[in-house]
Design a binder for this molecule. Sequence first.
Ligand code: GLV
Length: 310
Amino acid sequence: MPTLLFKSEVNSAHDWKQALQSTMPELEVRVWPEAGDRGDIKYALIWTPIGDVLHTLPNLEVVFSLGAGVDHLLQQEGLRRDVPIVRMVDPALTQGMSEYLLFHVLRYHRHMSEYVVQQRETRWQQLPQDVAHTQHIGIMGLGVMGADVAGKLAALDFTVAGWSRRPKSLPGVQCFHGEGQLRTFLRDTHILICLLPLTPQTKFIINQHTLAALPRGAWVINVARGAHVNEDDLLAALESGHIAGATLDVFADEPLPASHSFWGHPAVTVTPHIASLTNPRTAAAHIVANIHRHQHGEPLTNVVDWEKGY
Ligand code: GLV
């Protein structure tokens, strides 16, 4: 049952092919553009948009996303509503995201960004050490990744709140939902984490109004999509000191252009969309498990809901 694999940005097609075939030896993996007879292809594995190819696969049954977010994939030409799209949900990907977020929350909480500056200036100054419980972490987006990091932050004794489109309930996390509760959620958030899916409703959700709703001196961490943030509004909020700093892993324009002011901004940490990278070795198990389900006529897991957009 041939599967067509489209190159991902980070991992080579070779790594994916090897990982898939060691998990499921009978899977025939063809790497684009070597598709062979296109009528054979039942599954397509895609990360970035691939042009007008899907139209040419008449027997395609499932599209697998090689990444967690599918906003760009939904823009892909030739997707048919009757061909399910499966999101990448892999415990290793979730763990990687939580590690990145814990690292930056702890960095802000323990004043590491200030101490780095002090070292550069050969300045010895002890800053107050707050207890974790007094630090309010607000997570926008309580999907698999949001829920995981929320639990891990709560286990470290931070005060954790979450905000999502629909009501959710998570142990140890104060959950807010919908437009009506957004301001209340933001009001007490010292460190804001964005893990939302990108949809028309969440585009530019971090803007002058939501930033102004955060307490003065708050920090912002965006690991979702660049388009969640109005970059000019964030720069203005950093300039005024209302926002103390930001850690940004994703940008409206990627790679972040060399001329962008985020690069040299003293209060901004830039990383190149690496908060959590899909690892073919662990992710292959998720894809193969779904292929097995599909072959046995069982429901697929983590199927994208077109209406919700994720
Ligand atoms: C990365 O951004 C992903 O969606 O996996």
